[in-house]
Design a binder for this molecule. Structure first.
Ligand SMILES: Cc1cc2nc3c(=O)[nH]c(=O)nc-3n(C[C@H](O)[C@H](O)[C@H](O)COP(=O)(O)OP(=O)(O)OC[C@H]3O[C@@H](n4cnc5c(N)ncnc54)[C@H](O)[C@@H]3O)c2cc1C
Length: 475
């Protein structure tokens, strides 16, 4: 269930281990770069857009997700005298997208999704939050242009704008009853429409899609999942694990259609309307009635505001091992950043919360003048789908010329696949096991030479715990 997943990630609604130590006394100083009419008395939770006003701070952060909030708190601790301003593009207090599934199931209310629970948390730390959308970054001028007018000056900027759901080119995607599941606003729409017994089509069975799947099932809907890949979670699981997960979901009453796409969505005709207000046409020719279509077709980095800023981008904002972009005063963190990748030695976007938290902390330490290198994020996805836990780690697809070992128990829904490069473990998939998560991660992350343990693992991959104790535990 979600709770288990959250504790495993060490990230979720306001976890204690994401916080940084608060300074002894709250800091609320007038920033040097701030326009005269602006005061520090601004309430963090002010609603609506403050557009039109000029503003400024030594440290400006665009985005109030986990990356932005951790960065602000870290900056406060690292530089108690430096003023910190977050520009928050959504209404309300900063919240965690990862908490949305809990909200969908009714386990928490909206207040439960906030990243920090105390109403005066940001005020106490002297962190200002300004609501508004940044339209352009003028990096050389040290200035941001806001939608609706007004600008914000900065000495150091952190771009922590996250990502936006991809909108596939499908006719009918703008009909009422079709929603992504990315913001709290989306979640409110879904709660309204996903009533017990209602028919829901979920487009996409990727990592986020599968998290939403579980929440929808817990709401008691009749669910059809449409995935264009040949298996569930194709970017995280191989054919064996993806196939087992599909069988597991089908056993729970979910209709899972892989190698299938939605070709069109139309308002249902009167005759079909009682099955739902929408008619969802599939690539195989079948039409499925639905009250709600939830679109989870992947995300793309929010970096349009950097157009023309002279900052290098690719899949995300390209950052170095200090999370600094190609511009010396601009940093990036979280889903928007294409940062160091532990497994490949290259640079990748890892759109998960633990990476956002690491990025935010490291970027802030460097923005404050420190020297905090980032080793890189290890691809590690852990998914609990209605009680079946699947995990993939590092280079789970294997290294060129590398060997592999696997054990499959289809009936018991248990699977392990290990991937080696020379005598190191570089990737793995596990399904139906939670006890090996730490040791598999440890074996990969420490890059330990397995020596004779490589052959032992090839003969029996279930011996990962013994291998860990022999090679890492005693090191
Ligand atoms: C339903 C759901 C479940 C998830 N579950 C998990 C999970 O179990 N585990 C996990 O690791 N990850 C999960 N994720 C992904 C995780 O939420 C993201 O990786 C994480 O939120 C990234 O943090 P971030 O700070 O980089 O970006 P975000 O949290 O997306 O925050 C970006 C911020 O930038 C703001 N912004 C964007 N553009 C502008 C602009 N132009 N001007 C001003 N502000 C702007 C936004 O309003 C927002 O405040 C889930 C996501 C969803 C949607």
């Amino acid at each position: 269930m979600f709770g288990w997943l959250r504790s495993l990630f060490g990230a979720g609604p306001a976890p204690a281990d994401e916080r940084v130590e608060r300074p002894a006394a709250p800091v609320a100083k007038a920033p040097a770069a701030m326009a005269p009419e602006t005061t520090m008395a601004t309430t963090a939770e002010a609603s609506g857009d403050d557009g039109g006003r000029d503003d400024g701070a030594r440290y400006v952060i665009v985005g109030a997700g986990p990356a932005g909030v951790i960065a602000a708190e870290t900056l406060r601790a690292a530089d108690p005298d430096g003023d910190v301003l977050i520009v928050h593009g959504e209404d309300g207090p900063p919240y965690s997208r990862m908490a949305i599934p809990y909200y969908l199931t009714g386990m928490i209310d909206e207040a439960g999704t906030t990243l920090r629970k105390a109403a005066d948390h940001y005020d106490d730390l002297g962190i200002r939050i300004r609501h508004g959308r940044v339209e352009r970054v003028l990096a050389d001028d040290g200035r941001l242009a806001l939608a609706g007018g007004g600008s914000v000056t900065f000495e150091r900027l952190l771009v922590a704008t996250g990502a936006t759901p991809i909108r596939p080119q499908i006719e009918g995607l703008d009909l009422p009853g079709v929603h992504p599941c990315w913001t709290l606003e989306d979640a409110r729409d879904i709660v309204r429409l996903a009533e017990p017994g209602s028919r829901v089509v979920l487009l996409g069975a990727g990592f986020i899609g599968c998290i939403i799947l579980e929440a929808l099932v817990k709401r008691g809907v009749e669910l059809t999942v449409v995935e264009m890949g040949d298996r569930m979670v194709p970017r995280m699981l191989d054919a064996t694990a993806g196939g087992m997960l599909k069988r597991w979901c089908e056993g729970k009453g979910i209709k899972v259609l892989t190698s299938t796409s939605i070709t069109r969505i139309e308002p249902a005709t009167d005759a079909a309307a009682e099955g739902g207000g929408l008619a969802v046409e599939l690539s195989g020719g079948e039409t499925v009635p639905a009250h709600l279509v939830v679109v989870a077709a992947g995300v793309r980095a929010n970096m349009a505001m950097l157009d023309g800023a002279g900052i290098d981008t690719d899949q995300g904002v390209l950052v170095d091992h200090h999370l600094r972009s190609s511009h010396p005063r601009v940093y990036a963190a979280g889903d928007v950043a294409q940062g160091p990748d532990f497994s490949t030695g290259g640079f990748s976007v890892h759109a998960v919360q633990p990476t956002a938290v690491d990025h935010g902390r490291i970027a802030a330490l460097n923005m404050a003048g420190g020297d905090a290198p980032y080793k890189g994020s290890l691809v590690m996805n852990v998914l609990d789908t209605l009680g079946l836990v699947s995990c993939s780690f590092g280079r789970w697809q294997g290294a060129d010329g590398g060997e592999q070992a696997e054990r499959i128990d289809q009936d018991a829904y248990k699977y392990i696949n290990l991937r080696f490069e020379d005598d190191k473990l570089v990737g793995a998939i596990t399904l139906g096991r939670t006890d090996w998560v730490g040791v598999v991660r440890g074996l990969i992350q420490t890059e330990v030479a397995l020596g004779p343990w490589k052959d032992k693992l090839i003969a029996d991959p279930h011996r990962v715990m013994e291998a860990y104790l022999a090679r890492v535990g005693t090191a």
